[in-house]
Every structure is written in structure tokens, then in C-alpha cells.
Design a protein around this ligand. Sequence first.
Ligand code: HEC
Length: 102
Amino acid sequence: MQKLVLALAAPLIALNAVAEPKTAAPNRPVAYFAANCANCHGTDGKASGAIPALAGRDRAYLEETMQAFKTGARPATIMHQLAKGYSDEEIAVLADYFAKQK
Ligand code: HEC
């Protein structure tokens, strides 16, 4: 049983190692948050379809836009619902992450 637990834990530990160590929420690495956006905005925010790319965008713009979705100031089809799931601190961390992608 212990071996099974170790086998299950190993990939999690490996995933942790690639995530940025210094985030506002150390228990939940920023890569986990960013992965929530990948389905629509592409891996690391590099979208190529109709949904706007996030990679390399202005950090302040990304943060302000997420806040505007969250408060409802900016109308959206989907993002207003998603943005409500993130704290202000998490939004800041996400904006920082995507702004740093090439
Ligand atoms: C289910 C698909 C989906 C997911 C998941 C998703 N988005 Fe979006 N995103 C959209 C769509 C669609 C738009 C266009 C606005 C709208 O209609 O909601 C958008 C727009 C945006 C914009 C505005 C871009 C611009 O050019 O003004 C930002 C910023 C953004 N998303 C950030 C995020 C972040 C950060 C995440 C992850 C926490 C995320 N999105 C997850 C679909 C998604």
C-alpha cells in the first residue's frame, strides 16, 4: 500500500519541481492556475484561434481585465464567471505569469 502511495505521489512531486517556487500561494503553484486557462487560451496562454492569446501581454492590462470581468464592469460570455473563482492575489499572480511568457 505504501508503495502505491509513493507511486501516485511521485508525478505530483515532479510537477511541483517545475513550478515557480516563489509565488504568493506556495502550496498551489502558479502553473496549476495557468493550466486552468490553457483549454481556451492555449498552453501558457499561446492561443492561435478565436480566443485571445495571453502570453506576453501587458501585465497591468491582464490584471485590470480580470478584475473587470470579476466585477462585471467588462461584459463577457465566459470570463466573468471564471474570474470570480480567483482571489485578487491569484489574479495578480496569473497576470504576472502570462505577461512573462514569450
Ligand atoms: C472556457 C474557455 C476559457 C477559459 C478556461 C479561460 N478563458 Fe479567458 N477568455 C475566454 C473568452 C471566450 C474570452 C473573450 C471574453 C468572453 O467572451 O468571455 C476570454 C478573454 C480573456 C481575457 C481578455 C483578453 C483580451 O484580449 O482582452 C483575459 C485577460 C483572460 N481571458 C484571461 C483568462 C485567464 C487568466 C484564465 C484562467 C484563469 C482564462 N482566461 C480562462 C475563454 C476562456
